[in-house]
Design a protein around this ligand. Structure first.
Ligand code: IPD
Ligand code: CA
Ligand code: CA
Length: 264
């Protein structure tokens, strides 16, 4: 397997898809909902996923594809090469704001993340990493993350997890919000992972993420020393939805042991 070739190929595919999304604002965008009225999907999410899949199937026929919109393969195990794709992460932002969304792609070999990409399409910020070779924002290498105490940390978290919810003890989350320096919520898990990797926020927490939300970002974040786990401190299993945390080392342990109380 030629990872260098796959890396160049994936980067150019991401850029081409980003261009398609930018010009989509000049044509009709049809908005549907999926699991509930606020779970949005558009014709552009579907078209971009189909674009990736047709290219990958043509040029890497032995690889499998896990895509959010369901045009890829039915993935039951992580064996072999799997491209994990979210064609638009942050569809609500895509629809409402026309910014703050990203294409997210992770390429995994037998369950190990080898290549990761997040493309913040409107800012044209391209985050990428190859396992063991560091992470980049465009052409600049991202530095290793240093330890930051909670009192100086900015945490990416949605208000959903501070309000009473079925996943986690929200009183402990209130405590977390009160102790940290500040909170942010960008509405795209991929962008929040990229921001942790770039040192713009210090942690990101969500109680319900899917493999395509985190696959690309995990490769990038790990390259700068961020810790990426589920809320039990284990590696995410990448075969279904799970609670997820990415944070600087030290801070990850502090948040997990002192503030996260799962309900189940
Ligand atoms: C969503 C975004 C959002 C996160 C949701 C995801 P989508 O992805 O990443 O920030 O809170 O859990 O489902 O649906 O826009 O691809
Ligand atoms: Ca997503
Ligand atoms: Ca999506």
């Amino acid at each position: 397997m030629n990872l260098g070739h796959m890396d160049r190929y994936a980067k150019s595919l991401m850029k081409e898809a980003g261009h398609k999304i930018r010009i989509s604002f000049f044509k009709q965008i049809d908005i549907d909902s999926k699991a509930d009225a606020n779970d949005l999907v558009t014709n552009i999410d579907r078209e971009v996923e189909q674009f990736f899949i047709s290219r990958i199937q043509r040029d890497f026929p032995e690889h499998k594809i896990l895509g959010e919109e369901g045009f890829g393969d039915d993935i039951q195990t992580l064996d072999g090469v799997i491209w994990m794709l979210d064609p638009i992460d942050g569809t609500m932002n895509f629809v409402h704001q026309k910014r703050n969304f990203a294409i997210s792609l992770g390429i995994y070999v037998d369950g190990v993340g080898m290549l990761g990409y997040i493309y913040d399409v409107m800012r044209e910020d391209f985050y990428s990493a190859a396992k063991g070779e560091g992470a980049y924002l465009n052409d600049e290498r991202l530095p290793q993350l240093e330890i930051t105490p909670l009192e100086q940390a900015v945490i990416g978290i949605s208000a959903s997890w501070i309000a009473p919810n079925r996943f986690v003890d929200n009183e402990k989350m209130i405590e977390l919000v009160q102790r940290c320096r500040g909170t942010r919520s960008y509405g795209s898990a991929a962008i929040e992972l990229a921001y942790v990797a770039a040192g713009r926020i210090d942690a990101y927490i969500s109680m319900r993420l899917s493999p395509w939300d985190i696959a690309g970002g995990m490769v990038i974040a790990q390259e700068v020393g961020a810790v990426t786990t589920n809320m039990k401190g284990q590696a995410p299993h990448l075969l279904g939805q799970e609670p997820f945390i990415v944070a600087r080392p030290g801070l990850h342990h502090d948040i997990l042991t002192n503030y996260i109380r799962l309900k189940e």
